[in-house]
Design a protein around this ligand. Structure first.
Ligand code: GLN
Length: 312
């Protein structure tokens, strides 16, 4: 087993970097500084309060689909498990994250799971608030507490791009309205979804979310329990089965702990009881996962013996 320290992590980033060549940067996102192909960063935060970093860990990128675990936590908090899973399923889906055809195939009244676009739009519609500004403020406030970073904010350029490129998500949302899954205002649900995708974070912030899930849902500043154990278990289990979209099976075999990816190349990893991992590697494969980030996770899992299903 390798020893976890900054030198090891720098070497692991260097070894994984060539895998960026197998991916492409998402073209629907604005050309921000963070969307360079040959970039890879990682932060690891351990439950015994150590921090390790490697590569371009300071680079911020939009949360994109990593936001889906935050909305799920808020919806579970606001409405409880029974109501949330009336609107969305718990099953992995073997198709692309924005699939339209799969919306009809599992259960006509709901999408497969909260980690795909349709599922996350349905879940966002369950975040309480008296208007959309207030719902987004609640989202951001929760995220700021979890990451202990009051500076987190929405990037207007990303938000405008989400709206401009949102045809597919609109189609998913209006379909869900037509079958009665979305009972709130569709445009509001979409607008909230677009906003929560557009918050900028770096590897430290992504790792803090992972650490939050790894250490019992406790606030980093005062240890207050923000999420009860049963909701944490639900979120971690759904990340494990669906967090890497239609690569989740391979990911379970080769990495073996819950992760959530976003098309910005971001990944949040959770090793329960041990550590949170934040990765940014903007080159993604056709399924929407960071190619260099995936290689790095496989290496970390192997070298540090992190696979929950056993090592070797
Ligand atoms: N903004 C992207 C979308 O809604 C987020 C999806 C993702 O990260 N996979 O299509």
């Amino acid at each position: 087993m390798h020893k976890l320290n900054n030198d090891y992590l720098e070497d692991a980033v260097e070894d994984s970097m060539p895998f960026a060549a197998q991916g492409e940067v998402n073209t629907s996102l604005p050309d921000l500084d963070g969307t360079k192909k040959d970039l890879l960063g990682v932060t690891i935060l351990t439950t015994d309060q150590q921090k390790f970093t490697g590569g371009n860990w300071e680079q911020t990128v939009p949360m994109q689909s990593t936001s889906k675990i935050i909305s799920l936590m808020l919806a579970l908090h606001d409405f409880g498990k029974d109501r949330v899973f009336q609107a969305v399923g718990m099953e992995p889906m073997g198709d692309f994250f924005n699939s339209i055809s799969q919306l009809e195939s599992y259960d006509t009244s709901k999408p497969f799971n909260p980690m795909i676009n349709a599922g996350a739009i349905a879940v966002s519609a369950l975040i309480k608030g008296h208007n959309n500004n207030n719902r987004f403020e609640r989202y951001l406030h929760f995220l700021q507490r979890v990451t202990d970073n009051q500076e987190l904010h929405l990037n207007e350029q990303v938000y405008e791009a989400e709206k401009a490129n949102g045809a597919r998500n609109r189609a998913l949302a209006y379909f869900m309205e037509s079958v009665g899954t979305l009972i709130t205002d569709v445009e509001e649900a979409l607008d909230l979804y677009f906003r929560i995708n557009s918050v900028m974070m770096n590897c430290d912030d992504f790792a803090k979310v992972g650490l939050f899930l790894a250490r019992g849902g406790r606030a980093p500043d005062n240890d207050e329990k923000l999420i009860p154990a049963n909701h944490l278990r639900t979120v971690n289990a759904i990340m494990m089965t669906s967090g890497m979209y239609n690569s989740s099976g391979r990911h379970a075999v080769e990495v073996g702990f819950p992760c959530k990816s976003g098309v910005s190349g971001s990944i949040i990893g959770v090793v329960p009881g041990l550590m949170g991992i934040g990765i940014v590697g903007p080159a993604i494969d056709e399924k929407g996962n960071s190619t260099a980030g995936g290689a790095l996770l496989r290496k970390l899992s192997q070298d540090l013996e992190l696979n929950l299903f056993g090592d070797g």
